[in-house]
Ligand binder design. Sequence first.
Ligand SMILES: NC(=O)c1ccc[n+]([C@@H]2O[C@H](COP(=O)([O-])OP(=O)(O)OC[C@H]3O[C@@H](n4cnc5c(N)ncnc54)[C@H](OP(=O)(O)O)[C@@H]3O)[C@@H](O)[C@H]2O)c1
Length: 278
Amino acid sequence: MSELLPPLLLVGCGKMGGAMFDGWLKEGPAPSFIVDRHRDSVPPPHQLVRSLDAVPASFRPGMIVLATKPQKVDAVLPALAPFAAHAPVLSVLAGRTVESLATALNACLPAGSGAPAIIRAMPNTPSAIGQGMTVCYAPPPATSADRRLCARLLSAVGEVAWIDHEDQMDMVTAISGSGPAYVFLLAELLEQVGINHGLPAPLARQIARQTVAGSGALMQASGLDAATLRQNVTSPGGTTQQALAVLMAPDAWPATLDAALAAAARRARELSGPQPVS
Ligand SMILES: NC(=O)c1ccc[n+]([C@@H]2O[C@H](COP(=O)([O-])OP(=O)(O)OC[C@H]3O[C@@H](n4cnc5c(N)ncnc54)[C@H](OP(=O)(O)O)[C@@H]3O)[C@@H](O)[C@H]2O)c1
């Protein structure tokens, strides 16, 4: 039997926190507190509260998971600090650096407290079905035990990779954090182009969705390179070759994706420190 996931204090259970929590539920974490203003319910033995103030001071989480929007996190740090004195913090906030978060959290801890252990992670929403991709960065004072715990938690919802250089996190965020949105956009566009060219809407939707879903499943099941799988579709002199000549022109998808990912990474850098409350 697999080891039980530790009790969690999950702060922010929206799209990303909720996706991870839904994934963790399949493994049954120890009784946990979920802090969120909007989530309707959590299954017992977990408890949903609307504010950190409602979490009993005696609660000892094995891991604190911070999943508010970057613009909302500074407001929760004072109430979070007493728990962070006893447990590592796993932050999934885009952009916010470990040092900036540690400085803000430290300022809320009683004088003489040790530096909080903060692990920065960038997950993605397929975590909800155990198909996530999370990249982690865990500088000291996070310990190897903290890293093991983090790996255990995140591998319960998908694949996990580690980086040693925090500055790589912004491009990671642009690729795997935001990436599901690009793939869903592809499905949206395939459907819309089909409709624009006269296909019945239900058929356009079905073929677009299943093409994206089936291609992802094939890539995972086959283990082949994406380029090989692409070539397997591209008959010499056939239809795909014509489409790819348009898409792969240097000023088409290569340049567009480069610009899009650079814009996302730039925004991550802008979010690296405390944010004005919006
Ligand atoms: N969405 C993704 O695909 C994704 C992927 C990777 C990383 N992330 C990161 O994950 C974090 C969350 O993103 P998200 O898309 O999940 O945002 P979200 O849907 O807005 O979820 C955050 C939740 O936390 C709640 N919250 C914030 N402060 C609270 C407080 N003091 N007390 C109670 N509840 C509070 C929010 O309520 P209010 O709206 O009322 O504040 C909201 O329900 C962000 O930092 C983002 O960078 C997101």
